[in-house]
Design a protein around this ligand. Structure first.
Ligand code: NAD
Length: 359
């Protein structure tokens, strides 16, 4: 049986990475019917929006999507397609493994952290009020009336909602993930000492949920302390459950610990659909150069195979990727030390090397 998958190539380096990933996924022997649809700034002229309805419909129909990165131009009139997709499809759990592979030029060889990031709330909820607008002025006046706090009239506002409902489901997801994947510990991240009613709520709900999982160890960390401890001793962390913004930052930090964004995959999962995409963005400066590392996109494909319960194929593909990294002969520039970067191969040659390993 072939799986129906929505494929969004994205822009920048996205089309090259998704093409390479499509090839290695097909080389596992699993069959796919790819429903290829486009989103992003390049389709605005044709559809009047960067996220046409038929793209959402395709994901709703197929329930699974593989997506390349999509550029969000700074200061442009449209919201990020990436954030919109997560919100519209209620893909509330963002799973970002940060795992060391032998052969990568890094300071650590023992990192195996899975960041479970809440994907729909927090400062990413998209509730913002521009400086000087009637709405911003009204909210500033209301806040002063209700709390006595003064906000400078020339302020812009971004609202940070964190709910019991949103926190319960993400923390439960983290604990269930830990159980299913034989993990030992969940660490909750917050800044509850300062933001008592948002991060404080996240922490207290996480503590309650932890009681439902006595077999899994639970601890919490204040986010600033966490960044220091992750850099000093990352092996102490296992599954990390966090609100949206901290999750975004920590997953890039984790990617840096294991050799860079070229090895950092991701999944956005909801009750109705799942979308697999790398942690990194569209790196526009490398567009069309056959230069970027496709492994984060491919490892997102590995996560997709696990989601499809094709774990044997997933493990074979991950092992093939790990073997190519460890040999270090046919890898992109980012996996080589500065003095050996002239020996780097391109995106499609990495796919060739992995396909050879798959046999
Ligand atoms: P980026 O992740 O595109 O690039 C950051 C750095 O990492 C750059 O130096 C880049 O060269 C390098 N890099 C990234 N991916 C790489 C790869 N596969 N191989 C080798 N090197 C790689 O981040 P940015 O420059 O901040 O963002 C560019 C655009 O991507 C922005 O418009 C941003 O909004 C968007 N973005 C999209 C997503 C997504 O689609 N989910 C995620 C993050 C950023």
């Amino acid at each position: 049986m072939a799986y129906n998958i929505t494929l969004i190539p994205g822009d920048g380096i996205g089309p090259e990475l998704t093409e390479a990933t499509k090839r290695v996924l097909e080389a596992t022997g699993i069959e796919f019917n790819w429903d290829i649809v486009d989103a992003g700034v390049d389709v605005i002229e044709k559809y009047g929006t960067p996220l046409p309805e038929h793209v959402i419909e395709s994901i709703r129909r197929n329930k699974i999507a593989l997506k390349g990165p999509i550029t969000t131009p700074v200061g442009y009139g449209f919201r990020s397609v990436n954030v919109s997709l997560r919100k519209i499809l209620d893909l509330y759990a963002c799973i970002r493994p940060c795992k060391s592979y032998a052969g990568t030029p890094t300071h650590f060889n023992n990192v195996d952290i899975v960041v479970v990031r809440e994907n729909t709330e927090d400062l990413y909820a998209g509730i913002e009020f521009e400086k000087g607008t009637r709405e911003a002025t009204e909210i500033i006046a209301s806040i002063e009336k209700l709390s006595g706090a003064k906000i400078r009239p020339d302020s812009g506002l971004s609202i940070k909602p964190i709910s019991v409902t949103g926190t319960q489901r993400i923390v439960r997801y983290a604990f269930n993930y830990a159980r299913t994947n034989n993990r030992r510990k969940v660490t909750a991240l917050h800044k509850a000492n300062i933001m008592k009613f948002s991060d404080g709520l996240f922490l207290s709900v996480a503590r309650d949920i932890a009681k439902e999982y006595p077999d899994i160890e639970f601890e919490d960390r204040i986010i600033d302390n966490m960044t220091m401890q992750m850099v000093k001793n990352p092996a102490q962390f296992d599954v990390v459950a966090c609100p949206n913004l901290y999750g975004d930052i920590i997953s890039d930090l984790g990617a840096g610990l294991v050799g860079g964004l070229g090895l950092a995959p991701g999944a956005n999962i909801g009750d109705e659909a799942a979308l697999f995409e790398p942690t990194h963005g569209s790196a526009p400066k490398y567009k069309g150069q056959n230069k970027a590392n496709p492994m984060a996109q491919m490892l997102s494909g590995v996560m997709m195979l696990h989601h499809l319960n094709e774990s044997e194929a997933a493990n074979r593909l991950e092992n093939a990727i790990a073997a190519v990294v460890s040999e270090g002969k046919r890898v992109t520039y980012d996996l080589l030390p500065e003095n050996k970067r002239n020996q780097a191969v391109g995106t499609s040659q990495v796919a060739d090397a992995i396909i050879e390993k798959l046999g």
